[in-house]
Design a protein around this ligand. Sequence first.
Ligand code: HEM
Length: 494
Amino acid sequence: MIWIIFRLLAPGKKRPNAPVFGHRSLFEPDILLKSRFILGARDLIHGAYKKMNNQPFVLRRYDVDFLILPMKYLEEIRLISPDKLSSKGAQTGNLAPHYTSMQFLFHSNLHLDVLKKKLTPELYKYVDKARRELAFGWKKDLPQADDWTEVPIEHHLRTLVARMTAKVFMGSPTCRDPEWLKISVDFSVDLFTTAFTIKMFPPWMYGLVARVIPARYRTFRQLKAGRKIVGELTQQHNLVKERKQRGEKVEEEDTLLHWMLDHGTPSEVEVHEMGARQCVLTLASIHTTASNVSNMLYDLCAHPEWFEVLREEAREIARELGPPCQNMGVSAKEWCTRLDKLDSFFVESQRHNPVLLLNPQRLAYQDIKLKDGTVVPAGSRLAFANYEHSMDPDVYPNPLDFDPMRSYRKRMSDIDQRDLHKAGMTHPNNLAFGYGNQACAGRQFAVAEIKLIMARLLCEYEFKFPEGKVRPKTQHINENCFTDQSMNLMMKRL
Ligand code: HEM
């Protein structure tokens, strides 16, 4: 009730000129519509996609109006530069940046540059490093059970992914530092909880509310600890640079942090900001990747006939290259580029289980007039209904079916389509990683990590649902999708 009063008192915002969708009647107050979006976004988006017939419409979240554009605008939007339509602006805005110490993201692109200019161009050099860490963490992070054992699988996967990612960004020994691994896993949850809670209230109350959110104090503690770790690494790197300048021969691990320290502006390399940036990178990379693997395992358990198909593909490669993640003489590229069926399974699993229901999202920094005269006012939050589009029978025949070889068939039947439908490739009909030059900059790395983890899991383990359990439903808070955190799987070594 208090919340309703607060929201009614909130000042109005400039709205796009498109109909608001979702009122149950003329008399339903906006506040009810907005509160239904919190847990009912999926149904609201579904209803709107069917009813609005390719016309722009507005969906109201409690803190923002989304201007949902039909897919016919996707290409035009893709070409508009980030200083006019910004993905970063939209994503950062979701983090309540002024209350979570995230404002620096508005003026810095270093976390994107490092992915685009270093990680992706030298992808397999870094994937190979991550694979070595996967080999190290495997027995520590996964139960080595010879009998069926019930495990919170995603919890184990998150630690594995955190290790692999930390190896690439921070190097050794930080990638084995329990404190950093814990930050890598917890920071996202606490930051999301903080931002979500703050934004339940009208903007004039943000400052007051922020003071009483326990998760916010946890994020501050994590940022403090992260900055200490990054500060020490920065000092070591600076010492190495000094010694090199003196002509000494010094060995230093090639990490993405070092690249950032060498390529950032003075404010970007300053410990306060760099520490926070490393935490933000865990936010983008750990839960997204781990939940994709969990979803693939849940899909496999729901369609167990595919276990053997994927396992056989991995085994065939293993017969030539040695067991996955063990023969380090062979690059991970050999594995990742050959796992075509697993690749296709991933694409289908991601189609059913995207991380966002509205994606790509862009914040308009200025008024934008589209070719057909549609105006996107400055300050609007644009979005596309990616999930509905991928469940549209005109786009994917029998869209509700889980058909894991959809992209495999397309890729194998037409040589020109081989790369187009690969996991990690963005495509107007596959927006799971966003679209255009602002799409997820870590997606190639994520896909490689996922393939390596899955190949090894398939070769070494069996999985099934616990007795009486079925595939868990995806949960939604606003447009965000989450795996069911209470779900366990049964696993045993093969
Ligand atoms: C399966 C795992 C992942 C999924 C599903 C995913 C998905 C996404 C999506 C949907 C976006 C928004 C794109 C857009 O607006 O067009 C995004 C942005 C981004 N992703 Fe990923 N991602 C994943 C893994 C990663 C990894 C491993 C990294 C880092 C190594 C990463 C770094 C980023 C960054 C830095 C952004 C941009 C955020 C911003 O602009 O503020 N992601 N990701």
